[in-house]
Ligand binder design. Structure first.
Ligand SMILES: Nc1ncnc2c1ncn2[C@@H]1O[C@H](COP(=O)(O)OP(=O)(O)OP(=O)(O)O)[C@@H](O)[C@H]1O
Ligand SMILES: [Mg+2]
Length: 242
């Protein structure tokens, strides 16, 4: 049996010591797997992702990634281990050009490697290539998310964490962003994302985990979750209304 790429076990995370927000959350992600984290507002989804990115302190539990214990490790070591993070807001430098945003994602790389990574980013997201010298704030909402994703990919992570990558986007653009994440996962880069566009997320992911009040509620394939009437009604916004 192969180990999952990411194994989070019974994690506790908090902003104020003694007042956990995430009490006991466990999530596994395999290499190249696309996992969605769902749950009501205030469930602790963003806090959980931030804890995985080393941006929120963790208490009990553990984070194991690619055979390394990353529990309580600072963000730069988490990035170096191969995890990229795309926060929900302020995930690009609006005043900087697209190219400078991408370079900021990997500023420690030697120039030749940096140029290779830029080529990769532009190949993956051609719309960014055309506008490489324009400021990020000239991009559409969807393109901005593509830039934030491309920036996180500059370090060639094996897992990318995304917090509501489609928030505020028009339905067609939601699909476009999620499809690009599916393509990423298909290329071997695992994806763990928090989403509120539940139906669209379930249409592309391999598995979803539902977090409620900082604890695991349920998990399964999109098909299995949608087939459970109670879950479908309570968390997926689908099912019979009567
Ligand atoms: N910086 C912070 N300091 C203290 N408490 C915080 C902080 N950020 C969030 N919280 C609290 O943590 C709880 C969980 O918030 P979190 O943002 O993780 O939830 P969420 O599941 O991402 O919700 P949403 O679906 O609304 O994005 C909330 O009660 C919130 O008030
Ligand atoms: Mg959130």
């Amino acid at each position: 049996m192969t180990l999952p790429l990411l194994k989070v076990q019974n994690l506790e995370a908090f902003y104020i010591p003694g007042m956990p927000i995430v009490f006991d959350a466990s999530v596994k992600v395999d290499a190249g797997e696309f996992v969605t984290l769902l749950g009501p507002n205030g469930a602790g989804k963003s806090t959980f992702l931030k804890a995985l990115a080393g941006l929120v302190p963790v208490g009990e539990g553990g984070i194991c990634f690619d055979g390394q214990d990353l529990t309580g490790v600072p963000t730069h070591r988490i990035v170096a281990a191969g995890i990229g993070f795309v926060p929900q807001t302020e995930n690009v430098f609006a005043q900087l050009s697209i190219e400078h945003n991408l370079k900021a994602g990997a500023h420690t790389l030697p120039r030749a490697v940096m140029n290779e990574r830029l080529d990769e980013a532009y190949e993956r997201f051609p719309a960014l290539a055309e506008r490489r010298n324009q400021a990020a704030n000239a991009l559409s909402g969807g393109q901005r998310q593509m830039l934030a994703i491309a920036r996180a990919l500059m370090t060639r992570p094996r897992l990318i964490l995304l917090d509501e990558p489609t928030a505020g986007l028009a339905p067609l653009v939601v699909t476009e962003v999620l499809e690009s994440l599916k393509t990423l996962a298909g290329s071997g880069i695992a994806v763990l994302m928090v989403e509120q566009n539940v139906k669209a997320a379930l249409a592309v992911c391999d598995r979803a985990c539902i977090l409620v009040e900082g604890r695991n509620h349920s998990e399964g394939t999109p098909e299995a979750l949608m087939a459970d009437d109670g879950i479908a009604r309570a968390f997926l916004g689908i099912g019979k209304t009567t």
